[in-house]
Design a protein around this ligand. Structure first.
Ligand SMILES: NC(=O)c1ccc[n+]([C@@H]2O[C@H](COP(=O)([O-])OP(=O)(O)OC[C@H]3O[C@@H](n4cnc5c(N)ncnc54)[C@H](O)[C@@H]3O)[C@@H](O)[C@H]2O)c1
Length: 272
């Protein structure tokens, strides 16, 4: 089984929290990486990596960057809730540029989607990867849009995609919700390797969470087909974090947590 992709891999959002982790981990595996971000890359450049500063709004720059690449790990863009006009450029137009580049290069896209694309499912539900999109924010809506764009490019042009609905990818879980949603950096990096190295992925969805006992919300994704088995777990943090809940009934009701509660104004008599 190969461990190094035949062609270079483009990583967007390389200067962000997850991009920096992936740049280091994948370079250590011997991968040739093309890194890009609108912000400077803050670390020493890993072996075999190049960095080019570019705005996802710049379609020509993205086409150039993707030239000769076999896969695009798309981690760049607005990564929290922001006003619609701020999300629009990086996350909507930028995504179109990524998919156009992938079409031209016949490259695969691995898209850093989010649990916030389905954040208005209730915590009492268990949902499969084919569940309804219920975005909890403009940010989450941009992730649902990205997954739909991937479907368009697969059916129309045969561009493969893995949509990774990342839960909470941080060094450690920091509250009770993350006892369910936490994804370790190491599990993320192993997942990216499977996303790129698996021979065929077609359209695949992965719930991006580690092996957490409290993860009862999400099931039925493509992990077996990709050969990804998360090895880390939030469980050892349960003792110290179980009581660390928010004071918002809306945040506690929905899977998206605080994003669902942000600027929430639904009258209680409109609940079915
Ligand atoms: N960290 C998590 O728990 C989590 C959860 C769900 C989804 N995600 C997704 O994973 C990806 C990475 O997350 P992160 O935590 O590293 O976020 P981050 O904000 O640290 O990184 C995002 C990067 O995108 C870059 N960027 C923003 N606008 C850009 C533009 N116009 N052109 C080029 N680059 C631009 C930023 O400079 C930043 O370096 C994001 O797409 C995020 O939505 C992360």
């Amino acid at each position: 089984m190969p461990t190094i992709p035949e062609k270079p891999v483009l990583l967007t959002g390389a200067s962000g929290a997850l991009g920096r982790q992936l740049a280091r981990a994948l370079a250590t595996e011997g991968w040739t990486l093309r890194l890009t971000d609108i912000a400077p890359f803050p670390d020493p450049l890993p072996a075999r990596a190049s960095f080019t500063k570019a705005d996802l709004n710049d379609g020509v720059a993205i086409l150039r960057l993707a030239e000769g690449c076999g896969a695009i790990l798309h981690f760049g863009g607005v990564s929290v809730e922001r006003p619609f006009e701020e999300v629009l450029g990086p996350n909507i137009r930028g995504l179109y540029h990524i998919y156009e580049a992938a079409r031209r290069e016949r490259a695969r896209v691995v898209f850093a989607s989010s649990n916030h694309s389905i954040g208005f499912h209730e915590r009492s539900e268990t949902i499969g990867a084919d569940c309804q999109f219920l975005p909890d924010s403009y940010y989450g809506l941009s992730k649902a849009y990205g997954e739909l764009m991937g479907r368009l490019y697969w059916f129309k042009h045969g561009v493969e995609s893995v949509f990774v609905r990342i839960g909470s990818c941080f060094p450690e879980p920091v509250d009770a919700r993350m006892l369910a949603t936490w994804l370790s950096y190491a599990d993320l990096s192993r997942l990216m390797q499977r996303c790129v190295l698996t021979e065929k992925v077609g359209l695949s969805v992965i719930w991006g969470a580690s092996n957490n006992a409290r993860m009862t919300w999400w099931r039925d994704d493509a992990r077996d087909a990709l050969g990804w088995k998360p090895q880390d777990s939030a469980d050892p943090f349960a003792g110290q974090l179980a009581g660390k809940v928010s004071d918002s009934p809306v945040a506690e009701r929905y899977q998206g947590g605080g994003f669902a509660a942000m600027e929430y104004s639904r009258p209680s008599d409109s609940h079915g």
